[in-house]
Design a protein around this ligand. Structure first.
Ligand SMILES: [Zn+2]
Ligand SMILES: [Zn+2]
Ligand SMILES: [Zn+2]
Length: 479
């Protein structure tokens, strides 16, 4: 039924839903209808793109409903209200096809409501291959996001309507309570656009503990490893649900992958400090490592999609945790064999450094572009350390590197080993491809230029990109 609607009809539907969400505590939304809308929306790229332009009201209402403060009493009120909305809904025909909702699914309509909002939000924010991605081009989250004006979200306040602390708190609470990967999936693009704003809140002891607990659960800490132990000192208020409703299990197959990407983003995403991973995991090494080992074992035996890069990410995390662990430790016992192998292999993001420097360079550049730090090798100040809310000026030649000061720019131009004078004209050709999205599109010609610029310059450029990628984004190598 929903699937046959045209784009314009669907946008009208979302605008209607925006009105129903107006009252945060007593929305007139039917959660069963919202669930169906989210399933249709998730699978249709045209809808996602159109809604970013024409449904700002809906997205603002969506994020407000998720992040608004709710006391236990408010949740009860919401639950009663949502149950009533399902009963009086005049579009029962939309409710279950396929499969039909059962009474048990409607037991807690709050979960259905919030889960559906997260699925919608996550799909809306997900970068589209070769298409727009407001958050991806964000150069400074404190200012407007780097989109062309009409795409949602436009401002940071669109994503954190009640402030960053409350947003982070809400996302962590819902992730633990829903036990669905949907909140993490929505947080991934948010972290891409404004990690520096959300990360300090995630570091607060209570939120950090809960999110680490949820991560260990998603990594299947309970399976197989008898050495998994959550620290006694931590009073985790979360419990794992005994059974998930079908509409949450649909996406749980990829929950492991999402969790690995999420950890990577938290540990070394845009604006990260090399020691962020350490600060985030401190004191939880002995609980996390067996969970990471279990995830590695699952990856190894099931051959999940994209598993190579994820395996490397997991192995890297395992090594980081292993290094931080108190004595006594033994590689044979504490590390999965994949991590032990990884210990001696020169890899970066799943790519063998010795085998494909070009692919490696592209990945290093992608990470670097999102970093938003001063590009002078000796500096590395982030936009927030360097200036009060002002973005770092871009190099006018390549529009890729940023500097905190004229001094840094001058020093980098004439850097002894990696002069920007050499790197700038090559980067200039790379930038449009990088801005366009995650894919290699547009880098073909840059690659040709790289080859044409001569053996010596090419070597300098590759060494620069690899150094930047490895030294500044990778907590292990920075240690
Ligand atoms: Zn309904
Ligand atoms: Zn600087
Ligand atoms: Zn430049």
């Amino acid at each position: 039924m929903l699937r046959n609607k045209g784009v314009a009809d669907f946008m009208a539907l979302l605008q209607g839903e925006a009105k129903k969400l107006k009252d945060h505590h007593k929305p007139t939304t039917c959660p069963a209808c919202l669930l169906q809308i989210s399933i249709t929306f998730e699978g249709d790229r045209r809808l996602r793109e159109a809604s970013q332009v024409s449904c700002h009201d809906f997205w603002n209402a969506c994020i407000a409903a998720i992040t608004v403060q709710r006391s236990p009493n408010d949740i009860n009120t919401l639950r009663l209200q949502l149950r009533r909305n399902v009963r009086v809904c005049r579009r029962q025909d939309l409710h279950g096809n396929p499969p039909r909702l059962v009474a048990q699914d409607l037991n807690d309509p709050v979960h259905m409501f919030i889960h559906s909002l997260y699925v919608l939000l996550g799909s809306c924010l997900m970068p589209v291959e070769g298409g727009h991605s407001a958050l991806y081009n964000s150069r400074d989250p404190k200012k407007a996001f780097g989109n062309r004006g009409d795409l949602w979200p436009t401002l940071l306040s669109d994503l954190v309507p009640f402030g960053e602390r409350q947003s982070a708190e809400a996302h962590v609470r819902w992730a633990c309570q829903l036990f669905s990967p949907a909140p993490f999936m929505a947080m991934l693009p948010m972290l891409l656009g404004c990690r520096s704003v959300l990360f300090p809140s995630l570091l607060e002891p209570e939120l950090r503990e809960r999110i680490l607990w949820y991560i260990t659960q998603c990594l299947h800490a309970d399976q197989g490893r008898d050495d998994y132990k959550w620290p006694d000192s931590v009073q985790s208020q979360c419990t794992r649900p005994s059974r998930l409703p079908w509409w949450m299990t649909l996406s749980s197959r990829c929950s492991l992958e999402i969790t690995v990407s999420f950890m990577d983003m938290v540990f070394c995403g845009a604006d990260s400090d090399p020691d962020d991973a350490v600060r985030f995991t401190l004191g939880f090494e002995r609980a996390l490592l067996p969970a990471v080992n279990t995830a590695l074992e699952i990856h190894n035996t099931t051959g999940l999609r994209n598993s190579k890069a994820e395996t490397t990410n997991l192995a890297r995390m395992a090594l980081l945790l292993f290094k931080r662990m108190d004595e006594p430790k033994s590689p044979q016992r504490d590390l999965h064999e994949v991590s032990r192998r990884e210990m001696d292999r020169p890899t970066y993001m799943g790519i063998d450094i010795t085998q494909s420097p070009h692919q490696l360079v592209h990945h290093a550049l992608l990470k670097l572009y999102q970093k938003r730090t001063c590009s002078a090798l000796s500096c590395g100040k982030s936009v927030h350390q360097a200036s009060a809310g002002k973005s770092l000026p871009l190099c006018s030649g390549c529009k890729f590197t940023q500097y905190c000061s004229k001094e840094c720019q001058r020093a980098d131009w004439k850097h002894e080993a990696f002069p920007h004078k050499v790197i700038c004209p090559i980067l200039r050709l790379w930038t449009p491809g990088i801005q366009a999205g995650f894919e290699l599109s547009g880098t073909r010609s840059a690659m040709d230029v790289l080859v044409a610029s001569g053996e010596q310059n090419r070597t300098i450029f590759e060494a620069w990109a690899i150094t930047r990628g490895l030294v500044s984004t990778h907590p292990l190598n920075a240690a």
